[in-house]
Design a protein around this ligand. Structure first.
Ligand code: MIC
Ligand code: SF4
Length: 647
């Protein structure tokens, strides 16, 4: 009899195009569906055009407008017009601004159990809530998937998370994933995937499962998944899509690389404290902190289930006058149902501020907290400064904890409210109205590129003698928000020269040259730029701008102690060589201004091997260090030729 498989292994094998199914080995799989959002999608489609693709080859591709809907200046509407026209021409569905956050809408209207989904957004694994193998990737990888190119990934080690028991009132799915984060941490999980199983699974509805798989992104795992069962069917039936349901689960006796046991009945409300999602504490331990704003929404917690609970708690009560409460329902479907059932009126009556169904404050588009005050959010990321306020203090919690906090004005364990916990039942029918999703035209039409849309970036081959000056040395857990801030600069995503001015902006010091200026000075000397980092470099988003913009400024080398999956792939795609320290003590030998020299790069760079690099200090002293790589043969060829879009 063949070996019993985990569900993730089963889906990979049913989509396998190339490679050996063994943990740690590289495989290529067929991608059935793709999704893009506006902040990464413009570049992805410029890249698709540059590849000369006439029509996408996937079963379904959808482009969402959800990240930047503020439209301050013409940049965003210009992006929207470009995306609408290019999607129509290339065979892609277009979800208009106002229709909702990509992950929520995709779950509601398009996701199919057992299919593969690749998205140019790191929270694409939300689709694991309905049993998809859903993964985040850089825009170029998604463009290639749309072009029909199989997606390359490391065959993962699968961690099994066995759920037993049942959540107690006021404890919810967010507390489950925060618990998992407190166990697995937010780093060190590259090459791993998370699979939920056990009797506790049946007690969780699809929206709850999707909260858990969504925030699996913060673990740094490739994907997270739940089995497809009666609860999945109930959700899909209510969406009028029951015909795409099939039961899916791991084989009896499937072997996981590690098993984590979580008894849902024993969980309590948890919070991720500033400024990392892995910094988890019980709310009871930190209750009482004064709070200036509460935000409920984002792709993690904006389902009808979450919103209805919030409305029921707010009904007949009023938000504390010490804070502002903002609520962003995740989709037009959710917003409309809240309106029709009266929940919206309850929220407004309680003094909350209703925001558009979009990412909004989650990506620094408004609602920045006042200086030195605490923001409590149901979101998934609290990286420093992401709210748009310098040195912010952002706590990530469940909607239950958020609404309790909104009523009291201080961080509150919802169990202490003394209110009965509102009951939730999956509606028999969601309101279905896909009028804001535009299907593609049958024939290719005109693609409209207004003035703010730049050209897709191109790179040159790496020189055989790589001489790179260190522009910046960082600590551990550098996120893509550190590398390429979003917030107020999000509107420059389709203008690389402009956006590049803000690379590593958070490390710039007043009165000193910025990272961009230092990079230009190094480039003018005919040298490459290098960045040196610690553990878990590149946590967070899929934004390939964290590769494109440094590359545009001349950065060609990254040396770190460990590198996160999506950033690693993006660096290869854009011709930046990612190497690893063999000996962490070597980090101390490098400062800003040190030159890292690698002679005979083509010969020395052996896939999976080590090489010797020379360090030349500012005073001319020289030494040697060993650097490792985890490149495959294909990665080596790609990065040496300068990535996938080359002059
Ligand atoms: C995020 O949550 O950080 C984003 C904004 O959704 C990013 C994508 C982007 O930067 O455009 C992500 O998660 O991949
Ligand atoms: Fe949007 Fe925030 Fe979700 Fe990213 S994490 S997709 S910005 S809601």
């Amino acid at each position: 009899m063949s070996k019993p498989l985990t569900l993730i292994e089963k889906i990979i094998r049913s989509h396998l195009v190339e490679g050996e199914c063994e943990a740690g080995k590289e495989v290529k799989i067929r991608i059935d569906q793709t999704l893009c959002q506006d902040a990464t999608g413009t570049m992805a489609f410029l890249e698709l055009e540059a590849m000369g693709v006439d029509r996408v080859k996937t079963e379904l591709s959808v482009q969402y407008i959800d990240h930047n809907t503020l439209q301050i200046g013409p940049e965003n509407p210009n992006d929207h017009i470009y995306l609408q026209s290019v999607c129509s021409a290339k065979g892609v569905h277009f979800s208009r601004p106002g229709n909702g956050i990509c992950h929520q809408v995709h779950l509601e209207r398009f996701g199919v159990p057992g299919k593969t989904l690749l998205g140019s957004d790191s929270h694409t694994p939300t689709g694991g809530g309905i049993s998809m193998l859903a993964m985040g990737a850089g825009g170029l990888d998604v463009a290639m998937a749309m072009a029909g190119v199989p997606f390359k990934l490391t065959y993962p080690r699968v961690v099994g998370i066995r759920l037993t028991g049942k959540l107690q009132p006021w404890v919810s799915a967010k507390d489950v994933i925060l618990k998992v984060l407190s166990i697995l941490g937010s780093q060190g999980n590259v090459g791993t995937a998370a699979e939920y199983f056990g009797p506790g699974v049946a007690t969780l509805s699809v929206p709850e499962r999707a909260t858990i798989t969504n925030m699996g992104a913060e673990l740094g795992v490739t994907s997270s998944i739940f089995p497809s069962d009666e609860a999945t069917k109930a959700f899909l039936d209510a969406e009028g899509r029951g015909d795409c349901w099939q039961p899916l689960a791991a084989d009896e006796g499937a072997v996981y690389s590690r098993i984590i046991d979580i008894d849902l009945s024993k969980l309590e409300p948890l919070a991720a404290c500033p400024s990392n999602p892995g910094n988890v504490k019980p709310v009871a331990e930190i209750a009482g902190l004064p709070v200036s704003q509460v935000l409920i929404g984002s792709c993690t917690n904006s389902s009808l289930k979450d919103m209805r609970m919030v409305a029921k708690v707010l009904a007949g009560r009023h938000v504390s006058d010490k804070l502002s409460l903002g609520i962003a329902p995740g989709s037009r479907q959710v917003l409309r149902m809240l309106g029709e059932e009266g929940s919206l009126a309850e929220m407004v009556g309680a003094g909350c501020r209703i925001l558009e169904s979009a990412c909004g404050p989650c990506i620094g588009q408004g609602f920045s907290p006042a200086s030195g005050t605490i923001s409590v959010r149901t979101f998934n990321r609290n990286f420093l400064n992401r709210t748009g306020t310098k040195n912010d203090q952002c706590y990530l919690v469940s909607p239950e904890t958020a609404v309790a906090t909104a009523l009291t004005g201080k961080l509150t364990d919802p169990r202490t409210l003394g209110i009965e916990y509102p009951k939730w039942e999956m509606p028999e029918h969601f309101v279905i109205d896909d009028a804001m999703v535009l299907p593609p035209a049958k024939e290719p039409g005109e693609i409209i590129r207004l003035e703010t849309i730049g050209e897709p970036p191109v790179c040159t081959p790496l020189p055989d003698r790589l001489e790179a000056e260190v522009l910046l040395k960082t600590g551990d857990k550098i996120t893509t928000d550190h590398i390429m801030p979003a917030g107020a600069y999000l509107k420059y995503r389709s203008n690389i020269p402009r956006y590049s001015r803000f690379v590593f902006e958070c490390f710039n010091e007043a009165g000193k040259p910025s990272f961009a200026e230092r990079a230009e000075a190094v480039k003018a000397k005919g040298l490459a730029g290098a960045v040196v980092g610690g553990l878990s470099f590149g946590q967070g988003s899929s934004r390939e701008h964290a590769a494109i913009c440094p590359m545009y400024l001349g950065v060609r080398l990254l040396v770190a102690r460990s590198i996160e999956r999506i950033l690693y792939a993006n660096y290869i795609n854009f011709g930046i060589l990612p190497l690893l320290f063999k000996d962490e003590a070597d980090l101390d030998k490098i400062t800003e201004g040190t030159r890292i020299v690698i002679d005979n790069l083509r010969e020395k760079l052996q896939p999976g091997g080590t090489l010797t690099a020379k360090l030349v200090q500012k005073d001319g002293t020289e030494s040697e260090i060993s650097l490792a790589n985890t490149l495959s043969k294909e990665d080596k060829e790609t990065v040496l030729k300068g990535g996938r879009l080359v002059l």
